[in-house]
Design a protein. Structure first.
Length: 253
């Protein structure tokens, strides 16, 4: 008999994680609206156990908490029992806040990113170290994992890996616009950009960014000209500043 994972919340992130887990675990989902739970089941493509939020008993359950951070207090008040462990994917919601609101023997924070939907998330983790291996196995269903040893580190990593898809999307869109400006058809520019990101994602796994840049940039060539323009636009400083601002915001949340 497969172990049961109980999702509290039925949004996009819950669905992405459930897609990765559905072949190895029995999925149980708790939400406010039975019609939305039925839509979740349809999208997931397997039969799930569906429960409404009010007075749901968490006793000895393995919980994946996927609600909006602003709804933590309200959701917690509507649950009963003490969970075995709560794995929370809520950005900027501290272990201390989770412990104050949810009755659980252990709590682990997990920060996946958008690539969870295609099984390519990098999910950072921190919390009760007794659940390190279990959290790595569970969240490993949607990509790779990285266990960190403090909440400061996971908030910084959230600014990088959690918010990163939006930063890369901005760069991708801008590069396409640049190619269109010079005369390439948008459809062709999109295909070229998609191929670029696909290949780059593989190459960067084994080559340091500075070495990759040096390998592409020949003296007086096209890459050097384009790279110089990025430096003129303070792209490097803007990326560094983006991490700082996102980290500060994660702390505020």
């Amino acid at each position: 008999m497969m172990e049961t994972i109980t999702f509290i919340g039925n949004g996009n992130m819950a669905l992405s994680i459930a897609q990765g887990l559905k072949s190895s675990y029995t999925i149980e989902v708790v939400g406010r609206d039975m019609k939305k739970l039925e839509a979740f089941e349809l999208a997931l493509g397997v039969s799930i156990q569906k429960h409404l939020l009010d007075a749901f008993d968490m006793t000895n359950k393995t919980i994946l908490l996927c609600v909006k951070p602003a709804n933590v207090e309200e959701v917690a008040q509507r649950l009963s029992g003490t969970a075995r462990v709560v794995f929370s994917v809520l950005a900027g919601t501290s272990l201390n806040k989770l412990k104050n609101h949810f009755n659980s023997h252990a709590i682990v924070r997990a920060m996946p990113n958008l690539a969870a939907s295609v099984g390519k998330s990098i999910t950072t983790l921190t919390g009760d170290s007794a659940f390190k291996e279990e959290s790595e196995r569970l969240l490993g269903a949607i990509g790779s994992t990285l266990w960190l040893h403090s909440e400061k580190e996971i908030d910084i990593a959230t600014a990088l890996a959690g918010s990163g898809p939006a930063y890369l999307a901005l760069i991708a869109e801008a590069l396409v616009d640049g190619a269109v400006k010079q005369g390439l058809k948008r459809a062709d520019a999109m295909i070229a950009m998609q191929g670029l990101f696909d290949g780059f994602g593989s190459i960067i796994q084994t080559i340091h960014p500075s070495l990759l840049k040096d390998a592409v940039m020949s003296p007086g060539g096209t890459t050097a000209a384009g790279y110089s323009a990025l430096e003129d636009g303070n792209v490097r400083a803007s990326c560094i500043n983006a991490i700082e601002k996102a980290y500060q915001r994660a702390k505020e949340l």
